[in-house]
Write a protein that binds this ligand. Structure first.
Ligand code: ARG
Length: 409
């Protein structure tokens, strides 16, 4: 037992219990084999010879953060036609840097919802093998979508025959694409249910895929034990994806009250990236985003924020999803203050990035909170995040699965 062997001990001034928003004073966590073996009070705990004590005095510890919508292989300065100039090996290497930046920002788990050529699978494997530093990754491989849709590559004319790896049309083709993604390592399925902002020539509000196609895709993924994320801005696409049984809807920009009610009833998670609009409209032109896309963003951003407020108020399951990759990796936490500005309590914003995300990933037995038996993904911040959510923008300590990746300085 932990009493008889050398342990890693983590002590701090306070620990945030994300389940009920309580701050527990003077915690001491006993870490064994990457898990939290016990939670004690450091005033009463006798440190044994040989134990390694990590002293986080002056700090509050909380569970590692989780971002349900990132693209680690995307670079925020390489939008539009610039993206076409990077090879698959090049974007994979850029993902190496972004994985480290994400972990250092306090995100110990991410869901990578789309990457070309299974670059995300390679990244995840290299991280798990200990070759690279990065978060625990759930990976989608190629995003699945209709010909010419948001998940296709529409930048070049016909004679170039450019087509994204995730293009599939019809119920059996989408099933086959799900199977192929799983074959090459996908652990989650992502598809595009409507047009998007950053794709060329798609209408952001317009549905892509019929109900039958979405049902087939989702049924196939569920049969294989994977959850499904749907990119959807427009109302019909959001509604159809929810009725087809999707696990999470991304963006959710033009949702209405009725569909919010449906999501609540179905237990569907909303992953609403309400920070990224500021980057797109502020920096996007310099970063190569097409005027067409900037125009679409002008119609999406503020409505999405108002609908975020409505969804929070209605009690929909909300997760933290940033779309980092469109904006710089490592800046993920900037979204927390916007989530509070647009209707969440600080605790709700933290729950979105911890226990709610763990539940969406069906990992709530092992991730999402600091409890005995769970994986030791621990971050530390100065001050009380329930009083000032912006402290999450400067995480000072990161432990993933019992290993320290960022030390106090
Ligand atoms: N990847 C998304 C798209 O192209 C980004 C949308 C971001 N805008 C927003 N307001 N959330 O559709």
């Amino acid at each position: 037992s932990f009493l008889s062997q050398a342990n890693t001990l983590v002590k701090a001034d306070a620990m945030l219990d994300v389940n009920n928003g309580k701050l527990i004073k003077n915690p001491l966590l006993v870490i064994q084999d990457g898990k939290i073996a016990a939670i004690e009070n450091h005033k009463k705990y006798v440190v044994a010879d040989g134990d390694t004590l990590i002293d986080l005095s002056g700090h509050t510890i909380m569970p590692g953060l989780m971002d349900m919508h990132v693209h680690l292989t995307s670079d925020a300065t390489q939008h539009g036609y610039r993206r076409l100039t990077s090879s698959l090996p090049r974007v994979t290497l850029t993902g190496v840097k972004h994985a480290e930046q994400t972990l250092m920002a306090g995100f110990t788990t991410v869901r990578n919802v789309g990457a070309p050529g299974f670059a995300d699978v390679a990244l995840k494997d290299a991280i798990n093998d200990g070759d690279l530093v990065g978060p625990r990754m759930f990976v989608a491989g190629r995003s699945i979508g209709v010909t010419g849709g948001h998940c296709d590559n529409n930048f070049l004319p016909f004679e170039y025959k450019a087509k994204s790896g995730g293009v599939a049309d019809g119920p059996w083709e989408v099933r086959a694409k799900v199977r192929e993604n799983i074959k090459y390592g996908a652990t989650v399925i992502k598809f595009c249910a409507t047009g998007g902002v950053l794709s060329k020539g798609t209408k952001v509000g317009v549905q892509q895929y019929t109900f039958d196609e979405m049902s087939a895709l989702i049924e196939e993924a569920h049969m294989r034990g994977l959850t499904v994320a749907a990119h959807a801005h427009g109302l019909e696409g959001i509604n159809t994806a929810i009725r087809a049984g999707v696990d999470s809807v991304e963006h959710v920009s033009f949702v209405d009250d009725e569909t919010i009610k449906l999501a609540k009833k179905m237990g569907t998670y909303f992953s609403m990236d309400i920070y990224v609009t500021e980057y797109i409209l502020g920096e996007g032109e310099k970063a190569g985003i097409l005027e067409e896309s900037l125009n679409k963003e002008r119609k999406v951003g503020s409505i999405q924020r108002e609908n975020f407020r409505k969804a929070v108020k209605a009690g929909v399951n909300m997760v933290f999803g940033s779309d980092a990759g469109v904006y710089p990796h490592g800046d993920n936490p900037k979204q927390f203050s916007r989530m509070v500005q647009f209707g969440m309590t600080p605790l709700q914003a933290i729950q979105a990035a911890t226990i709610n995300s763990a539940s969406l990933l069906k990992q709530n037995e092992v991730l999402g909170s600091l409890e005995e038996g769970k994986i030791a993904d621990i971050i530390a911040v100065k001050g009380n995040p329930l009083d000032d959510i912006s402290v999450l923008e400067s995480v000072s300590f990161v432990m993933k699965e019992g290993r320290v990746f960022k030390q106090l300085n």
